[in-house]
Design a protein around this ligand. Sequence first.
Ligand SMILES: Cc1ncc(COP(=O)(O)O)c(C=O)c1O
Length: 413
Amino acid sequence: MLSNHLDTDFVRASFPTFAEPLAAKTAFFENAGGSYVAGAVLDKLMHFYRVNKVQPYGECEILKTAGTQMDAGRQTMADLLGVPVGNLTLGASTTQNFNTLAFACASLVSSGSEVIVTDQDHEANIGAWERLCQRQGATLKTWSINPETCELELDDFEKLLSPKTAVVCMTHSSNIVGTINPVEEVIKKARAVGSKVIIDGVSFAPHQWPDIPTLQPDAYAFSSYKTYATHLGVMYVADNLLKAIDPQCHYFNHGYPQKLLDSAGPDHAAIAALDGLGDYFTKSYAHHFDTDNLSLYQKTQKVSGLMHAHESELCSQLLEGINDLPIRIYGRNTVDGREANVALTSTKKTSAALSKALAEKDIAAGHGHFYALRLLQKAGVKDTDDGVLRISFSHYNNTDDVDRVISVLRSMH
Ligand SMILES: Cc1ncc(COP(=O)(O)O)c(C=O)c1O
């Protein structure tokens, strides 16, 4: 099939989960917590565990082929992103990757210097830098949100930026607010004062595959367990930053750039299985487009465009379906410039009650602060444990899923 619309039947058939009774009856909107896994990824994962669950690399064929599969997983992730494999760190999670990166940035952040984080960030991209600043006697500055819109405004960033700024850490789109932040402008402005820029793409990447070659950040991190693959943190670090950091690996591994920030390698099978994500994007591309002379990075960007357009249609269906209810949406109430990740509170019901009512109809959408506690406090959420109800889409959701959410939310008001 060739189409400029995402074929959700094709997509769902690519995720074995949908053949299981539990997933078949569930409208799944917990995607920001972790997505379903593409069948092609599961195949590689199971193959590694069944055939090659050994210490990889070595002379014997069983060891050698384990290493080959892991190399393929790493290389595929690099090809999907269009970056050299040596610039990728694979860790257990993004929280771990940021923690390690912050430790490694000690020589960049001295007592006179400043680090900028934002109100919109997940704790993973604030706490690590806060601890670094405390250790180094440096100053942590926070780029605050506009409490009405919950958005970050560039004017406020410019006021914080100075020749003392060593590192700027910000989210590409928040796991609560969903607005796509102006990271291109931030990179340009921060670079002009000599600062490094580290982007948290965890909440962005599941909706739009990151375009690192165009963006050219100093570091960009996301979590592959939210992008239909295995539970890993994927972190790109540019050459200039890799050269400036203090290695966090064994001294005899200092010659391997992909190991500099890898203090203890994650699950081997999970790395090998990343190769399956390449298969998934390749098959999706072939299903939807007819030219074949593109790189995996280019194909993935095109497929991602279809996914994003599809999710935006669904998100628009939701926003329009509830716009007359006494509900506050955190961030924009249109899909313009936002990801399909919607956090809301009701003036009539607690977020826990909404989540429970949805669950009773087999709709998965959680509530709470989702580790963005500081953001909820700044946004004026009074009970941060009850927090917001979060409806987070993936490209395998369909209009029926959204109708079900709308129907429950309407019945509750
Ligand atoms: C925006 C954002 N950043 C960072 C993280 C942390 O990622 P991980 O769970 O891989 O540590 C999350 C996790 O949900 C997130 O949503």
